[in-house]
Design a binder for this molecule. Structure first.
Ligand code: FES
Length: 177
């Protein structure tokens, strides 16, 4: 059993960034699960949230969702593979997901997407040709009070601006040079 699988129980009482798996992106998935009261009919919506947060659906993520919703992993895998909207390919070396839900949109999320896209020549929803950066947009990540929210390389970042996000991405890409 992986660490992420063990961490399903008791997820609701933790602070963001303190997830037992060591990956605070699971906190965003947990928030969605809790809001939906762990109802099994939330499966597809939960997979959307998980893909928005992680950029793709790994086997570990599918198992995590299956356990949280008390569904057979084979069923979750079957549902995920049935819909073309889901992707199982990992993102580039760095991953930047900008939430473009309503709260983030009205606070400039679209400008953040455009700035990162123009600065680093990566269309939204795509990975750079050299695989250095994947830029994605997501629907509401469930942390609207932190808008605009950006998830960069697994870190959930609050109150972002075009400048702060472009700078962050540049530092990461530059660090690889
Ligand atoms: S709209 Fe971005 S977190 Fe809710």
């Amino acid at each position: 059993m992986s660490d992420t699988m063990r961490s399903v129980a008791g997820a609701s009482n933790r602070q963001q960034g303190d997830h037992p798996s060591g990956d605070n992106r699971f906190d965003l998935v947990d928030k969605h699960l809790k809001r939906g009261r762990y109802a099994q009919d939330q499966l597809i919506e939960t997979l959307h949230v998980a893909q928005d947060v992680f950029g793709f659906l790994s086997e570990d993520i599918l198992v995590y969702v299956a356990r949280a919703l008390k569904l057979p992993p084979s069923m979750v895998y079957g549902v995920a593979t049935f819909y073309e909207l889901f992707t199982f390919d990992p993102p580039g070396d760095h991953s930047c997901t900008v939430c473009t839900g309503t709260a983030c949109f009205v606070k400039g999320a679209d400008e953040i997407v455009a700035s990162v896209s123009n600065t680093y020549n990566v269309p939204a929803g795509k990975t750079a040709e050299d695989n250095s950066l994947t830029l994605k947009t997501a629907r509401c990540l469930g942390s609207c009070s932190l808008a605009p929210v950006v998830v960069f390389d697994g870190d959930v970042l609050s109150h972002q601006t075009s400048e702060s996000t472009v700078s962050l991405v540049g530092a990461a890409l530059g660090g690889d040079a």
